[in-house]
Design a protein around this ligand. Sequence first.
Ligand SMILES: NC(=O)c1ccc[n+]([C@@H]2O[C@H](COP(=O)([O-])OP(=O)(O)OC[C@H]3O[C@@H](n4cnc5c(N)ncnc54)[C@H](O)[C@@H]3O)[C@@H](O)[C@H]2O)c1
Ligand SMILES: [Zn+2]
Length: 375
Amino acid sequence: MTANEERYDASARPAVRVELGERSYDIRFYWDEPRALVRDLALFCREGAFVVSNPTIWALHGAAFESALAEAGLRYAVELIGDGERFKTLDTAARLYDRLIAERFTRGACIVAFGGGVVGDVAGFVAATFMRGVAFVQVPTTVVAMVDSAVGGKTGVDHPRGKNLIGAFWQPRLVAVDLAYLRTLDQHNLRGGFAEVIKYGMIADAEFFAWLEANLERALALEPESLRHVVRRSCEIKAQVVGADERESGLRAILNYGHTFAHAIESCGQYRERQFHGQAVAIGMVAAAETALRMGMFSRAEAERQRALIERAALPTRVPAELAAQDLLDRMYSDKKVAAGRLRFVLPVRIGEVTLRSDVPPELILDVLRNLGAQ
Ligand SMILES: NC(=O)c1ccc[n+]([C@@H]2O[C@H](COP(=O)([O-])OP(=O)(O)OC[C@H]3O[C@@H](n4cnc5c(N)ncnc54)[C@H](O)[C@@H]3O)[C@@H](O)[C@H]2O)c1
Ligand SMILES: [Zn+2]
């Protein structure tokens, strides 16, 4: 243990509090500090830690994490699941239950998700259901997991007929974010995650959006202070929205800004691969802004500011030319969330504020999509 770590005081560490009554928890930040992180999560592990990760992440960061676990004197087991959305299944969950039982974990178990959104969603689902629910800690390693999936308590697995059809709300006891993990993340996933970051500025915080305009490149280059501001502010916004609407009855819908278009784009063409989610959201936000513009509720100047920021993140702003506007519109109507045949869009009013609208004419949507490059 270094002198520096001996002086470590968990209460002094910057944290974001997610306020959910007795289910409240902290999001804590670290920079290349596996020992401090493990010491914090050990507080929730009465019976030991059951760590879920995947071979890609574990090859990069497993050794340091494991020696921190050993040093903390914690009983632990590590189970690796396959890398990729196709492993976010009940079969994978079943394997995790088998291992938990084989290792004789009981109700005092703490499940630690060490990875991106796939690991977090399936490990969280197992935590929600094993022994009717055990402690859960998220250690997110992608931008998407840090700013989105690790915060908010949605867990689940996919079904052959659709994504996230099986799941549970289950809040973590701690989200421990070591930003240095992002140093090994590829540019595609890094930038895709920044689409969600830009989304937070658009839906809730004009000042944060302006900060991104001034500092985007520094954050993308993983300059620690800038990166911490980006992830922290994004978490705060998500935490605030989730705190006000834990079970998604109303306000939480604003988190879907750009996503109605994105889901349609994702269900067609090259974007079908789930790895393009952030890229599809980027196009979706441009489409939402254009829609709002035509509805007379948003300004051209602000739509251009959004587009410029998305372009600087090297994210796409046009609909792939092989997609047909009518197909995309049909997909939007067939989405499971369409209530009574009325499409509901999250549209910007100004940068930092969005509103829900279910009165957008379908012809206007078709026109927006064609103008952005669809057939
Ligand atoms: N629960 C929620 O609220 C919520 C919200 C958003 C997304 N999600 C889910 O999250 C999933 C997407 O998450 P994701 O984008 O993190 O994808 P992911 O978990 O598939 O990770 C992306 C890739 O990066 C690799 N990786 C992870 N961390 C790394 C690191 N530090 N260095 C190098 N490589 C690393 C992974 O092995 C994977 O190949 C989807 O299943 C989606 O449904 C859930
Ligand atoms: Zn998203």
